[in-house]
Design a protein around this ligand. Structure first.
Ligand SMILES: [Zn+2]
Ligand SMILES: [Zn+2]
Length: 238
């Protein structure tokens, strides 16, 4: 569709918020009120994993491989607003919402060393079958936007899917871990040597997928990996 046709369509069809159906202005996919209701993660109590609720014994950290320096997320999931925004990005084709999502992700606070040495942003790749069906990788859209805001490169193809994995949704945590093990490959790359890579995905649930992608990057030469996601799943202990 041309820009002119899109503009005409916008006149004919008032844009409504993907979450609450309220009218939005300026072509916004979600309204300002919904964005203001996003359940943002409070200041981290655990400096490494960014978790707000845990003290010295951090069970979330125990899921992170040793070479993962830090993990940060913008908001909790599931939540009516956060889930509605993610559904719009992943399933309803509203790719324009990647920019305001990434804006929130790019703003999260990091330990000073992460901010100082982050080399590039790398998206978690989507399985080939899902990429064909969706037409885009939502993590890549977010990674590009975050990288642009930080002024560092986005290495979209630094890590790839080695084989198709079944969807994680119905698997137990240990089943998830087995399912994604060796699911990614990142052949040795000069650019990865000594790099501190920020691995980006839409949601951090058990961390199994990100750990598998991070391990591939580490094995291919990256020195440190940190995680950045929009949503973080609460665990039973939260
Ligand atoms: Zn709304
Ligand atoms: Zn922690």
């Amino acid at each position: 569709m041309t820009a002119a046709a899109r503009a005409l369509l916008d006149l004919l069809l008032p844009t409504t918020c993907v979450v609450c159906d309220a009218r939005t202005s300026g072509g916004a996919v979600a309204c300002a009120l919904c964005w203001s209701r996003l359940p943002t993660l409070p200041a981290p109590r655990c400096e490494r994993c960014g978790h707000p609720g845990r003290g010295a014994e951090c069970s979330f950290c125990s899921r992170l491989p040793a070479f993962v320096r830090a993990a940060r997320s913008a908001c909790w999931v599931p939540h009516p607003v956060a889930s509605g925004i993610l559904r719009a990005l992943k399933y309803d084709g509203w790719t324009a919402i990647a920019a305001p999502i990434a804006e929130r992700m790019a703003r999260v606070a990091w330990p000073a060393d992460v901010t100082a040495e982050r080399t590039a942003v790398v998206p978690v790749p989507l399985a080939a079958a899902r990429l064909r069906e969706r037409g885009y990788n939502q993590a890549a859209l977010l990674a590009r936007e975050v990288a642009a805001r930080w002024g560092i490169p986005c290495w979209e193809d630094a890590v790839a899917r080695a084989r198709n994995t079944q969807t994680q949704t119905r698997l137990t945590p240990s089943g998830r871990s087995t399912n994604v093990h060796h699911a990614f490959r990142a052949d040795a790359q000069a650019r990865l040597d000594g790099a501190h890579v920020i691995l980006v995905d839409d949601v951090l649930t058990t961390g199994a997928t990100m750990a598998a992608a991070a391990t591939a990057l580490f094995d291919a030469g990256a020195r440190i990996v940190s995680y950045l996601t929009f949503g973080r799943a609460r665990s039973a202990a939260d």
